[in-house]
Ligand binder design. Structure first.
Ligand code: PMP
Length: 396
């Protein structure tokens, strides 16, 4: 009998966390590593949010179990945010507060999938999706869009991958790892197609407030209101409010699905820390100036890193319009000799870059096919400039 179950034994380690951990380890050992690997803002959480958490920690009412689906005040604030940013009117009972967007992603798949149900997964995709789908018994069906199509899948591609077993479409805009944002028209076309075929949509909106160049990431339920009865929205405070460590996300969806998801959560983890919930309440209902300041800083860094990477011969960089990642196609660097090494995959290229220049980026293999690197630009301007300078030296 095997010691670890097949189901859990087949889960791969998160490749993004692995690269980030390796970079942090080298840094701790005194190496001047510049890491573009982390998927988190470098800013501290805004002061008024921290203060709300301090006050919450002192209040004994927060020292006890609370409803598994979340504090009523927070569920109300999330319903208001959903109306504000996704143009979807929901009752607070349609909100489930989770330990980060990650738990919301897992619970959304677990709530909808039976064994063998297929999920259309646009790629390059965030590493967690296929694992969460498989854990829930589903089958991820990748639909890949490369740099030549700005990493945006088309209705024709989705339709070609649809089978009688297709139950769910995963939609994410802005995307991790590519930063790609679907236009409202593209979103409406995909929404109408999903509706026509009776599919469910899990829409990950965690980066919806981090958009640039005046674009708006329209929610798929705003573009196609008829989908509201078969859509689960996933979101959280991690990226917008620099709160990755607080572990606070949520899911919003039709009443029956949210009741089922809350039942699952009541046995899995119960309520999210009340301190984090009170902090999230302050984040969603308080002043938003810090959010705008961070967004402007990300925008400035985005331009700097795109300009720097574009200047390297062999790298193609579609301009990302959201999140804080840039996803260059680096196939032009493969099969050539750099500092005595000839990488043939982006995995080997990322290793070479880390070894020779002490710059960390996540290889495309973490998100689908080889040939790409993901750079997060959620790090200081000076570090970005230094990291780019090192790459220019290696590939110059
Ligand atoms: N969705 C996407 C696309 C993400 O990139 C992340 C974080 N890497 C999450 C969800 C989950 O974020 P968290 O669990 O920190 O709220």
């Amino acid at each position: 009998m095997q010691r670890v179950s097949h189901r859990i034994g087949s889960i791969a380690e998160s490749a993004t966390l692995k690269v980030d951990a390796k970079a942090k380890q080298l840094k701790a050992a005194g190496r001047p590593v510049i890491s573009f690997a982390a998927g988190e803002p470098d800013f501290p959480t805004p002061d008024h949010v921290v203060e709300a958490a301090v006050a919450a920690a002192r209040d004994p009412k927060n020292h006890r179990y609370t409803p598994a689906a979340g504090l009523p005040e927070l569920r109300e604030a999330i319903a208001a945010k959903t109306l504000r940013d996704s143009a979807l009117e929901v009752d607070p009972s349609q909100v489930v507060v989770t330990n980060g967007g990650k738990q919301a992603v897992y619970q959304a798949f677990a709530t909808l999938l039976d064994p063998g149900d297929e999920v259309l997964l646009p790629g390059p995709y965030w590493t967690t999706y296929p694992e969460a789908i498989a854990l829930a018994g589903g089958v991820p069906v990748e639909v890949f869009a490369g740099a030549d199509q700005n990493y945006l899948v088309t209705v024709d591609q989705l339709e070609a991958a649809r089978t009688p077993r297709t139950k769910v479409l995963l939609f994410v805009s802005p995307s991790n790892p590519t930063g790609a944002v679907y236009s409202p028209e593209q979103t409406a076309a995909i929404g109408a197609w999903a509706d026509e075929h009776g599919l469910w949509v899990i829409s990950d909106e965690i980066y919806q407030n981090l958009v640039y160049d005046g674009v708006r990431a329209a929610s798929i339920v705003e573009a196609t209101p008829a989908l509201a009865d078969r859509t689960i929205l996933v979101n959280g405070v991690a990226k917008t409010y620099a709160m990755t460590g607080w572990r606070l996300g949520w899911m919003v969806g039709p009443k029956d699905a949210m009741t089922a998801a809350a039942n699952l959560q009541s046995h899995l983890s119960s309520n999210v820390s009340n301190i984090s919930q009170r902090a999230a309440l302050a984040a969603l209902t308080g002043p938003q100036d810090a959010v705008e300041e961070m967004r402007l800083a990300f925008d400035r860094r985005r331009r700097a890193i795109v300009a720097g990477l574009s200047a390297i011969d062999g790298i193609t960089v579609p301009l990302p319009q959201g999140a804080f990642y840039v996803y260059p196609d680096v196939s032009g660097l493969l099969g050539r000799e750099w500092a005595g090494v000839t990488p043939t995959t982006s995995l080997e290229l990322a290793d070479l870059i880390l070894e020779k220049t002490e710059v960390a980026a996540v290889p495309g293999e973490a998100f689908g096919p080889s040939g790409y690197l993901r750079f997060s630009y959620a790090l200081g301007d000076a570090d970005i400039a230094e990291g780019i300078a090192r790459l220019h030296k290696l590939f110059g």
